[in-house]
Design a protein around this ligand. Structure first.
Ligand code: DGL
Length: 267
């Protein structure tokens, strides 16, 4: 497999751009294909069966595009579908779940870890299982935050609507005295300034993007797939539904790297 082949990255919408941002910073020489499943956003309210169909369709698309590795840049797919599909592929394939669990264990001082995530992720209890498998002595509280993804998709990162939603989801975590909260949905790191403002910076907020990219780099190295050539990286963005809003909000979130968005039909 050529080292210059792209890395595939996918999410329901703009959330996985948190991983893209970190990839651009840490491995700017890599080409990538980003897929935002905007026809099905938000994922949080979808069933396991629906999510599995989406994951299989997206993986098929990524394979056709000759991706050399895949990052499931979505907490929901990482929790619900990745465990079901991971054995079907031989290429490096990683999600954001274990990385988040490890970071939280390393960060907590009082053993109280919060998880803010989508309803589907919370229902799966995947974060709790992953955290407790690393350390039985910590407690975990998971909170579903269904209003946050639509806010980020609409580019509403600050203001009264974002503040009210953040208050309703973070108050229970503050009352419970969590000292560390995993942002278990990749959309949420874009709300960090608003979350920090509301929580008066009293929580360690775990953004999984940076460590996911570190893990990807190590995986590519071990498979001898790191792009060490001088070729210009090719960065492509695809969506299954709404493309204009992805383009506009995506540019707001990660800037000019998004030149063009292609709409594709997967199934
Ligand atoms: N960004 C995704 C996640 O990490 C999807 C959220 C959604 O579409 O509800 O869970």
């Amino acid at each position: 497999m050529p080292k210059t082949d792209p890395i595939g990255i996918f999410d329901s919408g703009v959330g996985g751009l948190t991983v893209v941002k970190s990839l651009l910073d840490k491995m700017p020489q890599e080409s990538f294909i980003y897929f935002g499943d905007t026809a099905h956003v938000p994922y949080g309210e979808k069933t396991r069966e629906q999510l599995l169909t989406y994951a299989q369709d997206i993986m098929k698309f990524m394979m056709k595009k000759n991706c050399k590795a895949i990052v499931v840049a979505c907490g929901t797919h990482s929790s619900v579908t990745l465990p079901l599909i991971s054995n079907n592929y031989t290429l490096p394939l990683l999600g954001v779940l274990e990385v988040g669990a490890r970071q939280a264990i390393a960060s907590t001082r009082n053993g109280k870890i919060g998880v803010a995530a989508t309803q589907a992720t919370v229902d799966s209890r995947a974060f709790t299982k992953s955290i407790v498998s690393l350390n039985k002595n910590v407690e975990v509280m998971e909170v579903a935050c269904p209003r946050l993804v639509p806010l980020v998709e609409a580019g509403k990162l600050t203001g009264p609507e974002a503040e009210a939603a953040i208050k309703s989801y973070f108050d229970p975590l503050l009352d419970w005295q969590a000292d560390t909260v995993i942002l278990g949905c990749t959309h949420y790191p874009f709300l960090v300034p608003s979350i920090k403002k509301y929580t008066e910076d009293s929580l360690v907020l775990i953004d999984t993007a940076g460590e996911t990219v570190d893990e990807l780099k190590a995986l590519l190295e071990s498979h001898e797939l790191l792009n060490d050539s001088d070729s210009e990286p090719v960065r492509q963005f695809f969506v299954s539904g709404e493309d204009l809003s992805f383009y506009n909000v995506g540019k707001l979130l990660i800037g000019d790297v998004i030149k063009h968005v292609d709409k594709v039909k997967l199934s």
